[in-house]
Design a protein around this ligand. Sequence first.
Ligand code: NAP
Length: 353
Amino acid sequence: MPSIVRACVVGASGYTGGEILRYLAFHPNIEVTMATSREYVGLPIHYVHLNLRGFYKGLKFEPLDLDKIGSKCDIVFLSVPHGVSLELVPKLLEMGLRVLDLSADYRLKNPEDYKRWYNREHPHPDLLAKAVYGLPELHRDEIRNARLVAVPGCNATSSILAAAPLVKYKLVDLDHIVIDVKVGSSEAGSKAYSGSHHPERENAIRPYDPTGHRHVAEIEQELSLLANRAIRVAFVPHAVSAIRGSLATVHAWLNEGVDEKAVVRAFTTFYAKEPFVRIVRSGLLKYPDPKYVIGSNFADVSFAVDNRVNRVATFAAIDNLGKGSAGQAVQDMNIMLGFEETLGLLIPPLKPA
Ligand SMILES: NC(=O)c1ccc[n+]([C@@H]2O[C@H](COP(=O)([O-])OP(=O)(O)OC[C@H]3O[C@@H](n4cnc5c(N)ncnc54)[C@H](OP(=O)(O)O)[C@@H]3O)[C@@H](O)[C@H]2O)c1
């Protein structure tokens, strides 16, 4: 790869697209040569992303033209709704481009799972096998050689990061894992619908999809791979009154003989070399809060053991637009391109946020 890589963001007018542009604005080895939008063609980037005023001078939103992407870019981020990437991905790969897809279209390995959770046959099951699930903490080596990375969902990322050490080292009853997620409104994207309209969403504390949320499929896929056996989880997300942030709380029951020391060891070992996972054990607040990772690619994780009922609760807090999508996509890109993994991403989160 050349030292300067040319990137295109498809769906650049949306929330994850805007965040990718924000991260790439100070990436030393990336030049964003194209940003697509259907609605804002011809307008400068800051027309939509007011935070990016003064950046990307000269870059304007363009229509999605595959030939143009092929001639102007080396790598493509797809920040588009589910279903839109299905047909874009094979075409972009055929043109020799590397692709990071932020939608759910290529996250599941098994075409039967895709059919079950998305109610349709996957049109390119061969590519499901080739796509790499872009959670570096689990798949770093595969991401290095990938041409197609399926960037994980935000709630899936927080859930998997909170549960992974317990599952990997089999510290808990793997048949009874309960995951509760609280997530902010930007998770639903920039287009408003009745449930996300400000008067409806502000002050909400509301469960949604409590029995069939689609992120369950990828959480179970990844935890099963880690455990080397099938894992099923009970998963309930809640919409809360925040703009950014996803907090996963995992409830599990400790296997006989497992104590707090074993949980500490599992977390410190599993995340020992992870540049973006911080274990929260001290400070004014003892447990993770997405508030303290906002605007960054960090994930704060922690745990608490309740000996009285032999239970462990583990936590992971992320910015859904950081480690939950755009930040993680840039981390994946760095790994794919052989750059330092943290390039352009090592900024401390905001406080207060
Ligand atoms: N928001 C999150 O926290 C989050 C986290 C993880 C993953 N994701 C996933 O990332 C993807 C993007 O999410 P988002 O939150 O950025 O959504 P968003 O804010 O709604 O942005 C999506 C963008 O895609 C463009 N678009 C929509 N339909 C299109 C089509 N048929 N062809 C081409 N472009 C189209 C739209 O731009 P124009 O109308 O201007 O063309 C829109 O701005 C989704 O698949 C989402 O599930 C989101």
